[in-house]
Design a protein around this ligand. Structure first.
Ligand code: ZN
Length: 107
């Protein structure tokens, strides 16, 4: 992902509309690119800040951004676990097939 793409999907990230493969690229790019981190912070502040101003409550935007990132990290972890589970089932499936074949031929 380059900076242009990153900028383009910032709104999706803020509105939690980003899907897992993009989220992964998004956070990887963010780790390595200070400019985009700054851009994300600004857009987040503007978007969330406006909303809070309208609602008139107090807020800590830096904290909220951190929480949003944390949320994304957890979502990625869950996804990783799920795909790990998929591999286990696949291996199990292969194991059963091989077992069945062996049983057919040698029983
Ligand atoms: Zn960048």
């Amino acid at each position: 992902m380059n900076c242009k793409e990153f900028e383009r999907i910032i709104p999706s990230f803020i509105h939690r509309e980003i899907d897992y493969p993009k989220l992964k690229e998004f956070s990887e790019h963010m780790k390595g690119c200070a400019d985009c981190r700054e851009e994300l912070t600004i857009q987040f502040l503007v978007s969330e800040g406006m909303q809070h101003l309208e609602e008139g409550d107090s807020f800590d935007l830096q904290k909220e951004l951190r929480e949003r990132m944390e949320e994304a990290r957890h979502a990625m972890k869950r996804q990783k676990k799920l795909s790990g589970l998929g591999t286990v089932f696949e291996l199990l499936g292969i194991g059963i097939s091989v077992g069945a074949l062996v049983w057919l031929f040698f029983a």
